[in-house]
Design a protein around this ligand. Structure first.
Ligand code: EPZ
Length: 418
């Protein structure tokens, strides 16, 4: 099982380039099931979760061809419209095939996602939304089976809670429903907008993606398309924080500054200099003491929950008390005890973490528990005195493409060891 060996104290400098967004690529790949024509997706990151989705699409009967960062999917016929347990247990985003399979094949059998490190993360909202479009569902043996033999019918659907993949799942299903679907209380994440762009290129009729109300006019069928997905705002945000925590100066290229407004505002409040050099490059530098800064995670355009762990690592180096409130998931502070082993002073009080900084960190043997928690441990290790050994880095490989090579290129002393 791979581990990262990091020697802290190097200030990052130079350039960190952003890969394509994992959380845009996953729904985009599921969208390919909606047509028999080949769909080519460009800028797909080579990370474990994408490999898992490739295997899942092949399992359903689609052909998947990867050429570098481009993937072409052709779902000529869906011989097995299902997402088996051994795939879903490694990646909950497999539930994204539920809507496309029901809409295209009239049936879908998807394993219920098991537990997840950061919270229960049920998919009840996905199921209820599809039932609103006329699907009948049945749960047994750990699977959810959804059927719509006469096709789906457009409907007004109001989500009880804002759900990113729930919005994407329903939007994809609605593209082939009879009539209009209106989605209220929709997620506004950039990844939702990006999937809508792809679907529109495939012939779907969608307005309002990126706002709380999305309208979809169902069509008979969709056709092939080519689409470059958006950059990964969470990877770019992680790089901005890496530059700040090491008091370095870095150009983060290939990113979309508009997607990072909440983080940039908080970094500036903490005393970090962030400049938009051009449409896809952010220059970030930090050379003075950092100021304690409170964050509360919210749905987009609020502060992203996927950057909470990384920002907490930064606040261990800020003078004063920082309050970190996690509103999206019920158990997303597992990085805190690991950071504490490196010397951080963090107290957890329910959904709030109180970080008292600045505390010098020292290298230690620590364990990654989930994707973004592992990123936070890497950031802490970059500034810790001495050596840090991070175990179970397969978590980080799920969502970051060759992160150790990218950080090495910006001056970090990090190596992957078996
Ligand atoms: C997406 O997960 C992202 N994953 C997550 O990124 C991200 O943390 C999350 O959105 C929030 O922004 C992908 O896009 C593949 P939700 P998703 O449905 O869609 C509850 C990463 O690190 N809920 O918006 O699964 C849920 O438990 C990952 O890249 C229900 O109760 O998240 C949570 O508390 C981690 N029932 C809240 O809603 C449902 O049916 C928001 O979850 C669905 C969700």
């Amino acid at each position: 099982m791979d581990r990262f060996l990091i020697r802290g104290g190097q200030r990052l400098h130079g350039t960190l380039n952003t890969s394509g967004s994992k959380n845009a690529a996953l729904p985009a790949l599921a969208a390919c099931l909606l047509t028999a024509d080949p769909v080519t997706l460009e800028g797909i990151p080579n990370v474990r979760d994408i490999n898992t989705m490739e295997r899942l699409l092949a399992h359903t009967g689609a052909t998947v061809k990867r050429e570098g960062h481009n993937l072409t999917v052709a779902a000529h016929e869906l011989s097995k419209p299902e997402a088996p347990y051994d795939v879903v247990k490694t990646m909950r985003a497999s539930s994204l095939v539920l809507g496309p399979l029901v809409a295209r094949a009239g049936v879908a059998r998807v394993s219920m996602p098991g537990g997840c490190a950061i919270g229960a993360r049920p998919i009840n909202l996905h199921v209820t939304a599809l039932e609103s479009l006329g699907a009948t569902t049945h749960q047994d043996h750990g699977y959810i089976e959804a059927r719509a033999k006469d096709g789906l019918r457009g409907q007004l659907v109001t989500f009880d809670k804002i759900t990113v993949t729930g919005t994407e799942d329903l939007m994809m299903a609605a593209t082939l429903a009879h009539g209009e679907t209106i989605i209220e209380n929709a997620a506004r994440e950039p990844e939702v907008e990006d999937v809508a762009q792809l679907l529109t290129k495939m012939g779907a009729k969608i307005t309002g993606a990126g706002t709380s109300t999305i309208r979809v006019q169902g069509v008979k069928r969709l056709h092939g398309a080519t689409h470059r997905i958006i950059p990964d705002r969470i990877e770019a945000g992680t790089f901005l924080i890496a530059a700040a925590i090491t008091a370095g100066e870095v150009r983060v290229t290939g990113c979309q500054p508009l997607h990072l407004g909440a983080l940039i505002a908080k970094l500036r409040h903490a005393g970090v200099t962030v400049t938009e050099e051009n449409a896809d490059t952010l220059l970030v530098s930090s050379n003075g003491p950092l100021r304690s800064t409170d964050i509360t995670t919210e749905e987009h355009p609020g502060f992203p929950t996927d950057l909470q762990a990384q920002f907490m690592a930064l606040m261990t180096q800020a003078a004063g008390i920082s309050f970190v409130k996690e509103n999206i998931f019920e158990n997303r502070f597992m990085h805190a005890p690991e950071l504490a082993r490196m010397g951080a002073n963090i107290r957890i009080d329910g959904r709030q973490a109180i970080v008292a900084g600045a505390t010098p960190l020292s290298g230690a043997q620590v364990m990654a528990t989930d994707l973004r928690a592992s990123a936070s441990l890497v950031l802490a290790a970059l500034v810790a005195k001495g050596e840090t050994l991070i175990d179970r880095v397969y978590h980080i490989d799920r969502g970051y493409e060759r992160i150790e090579e990218k950080l090495q290129g910006a001056g970090a002393d990090i190596t992957r060891v078996a």
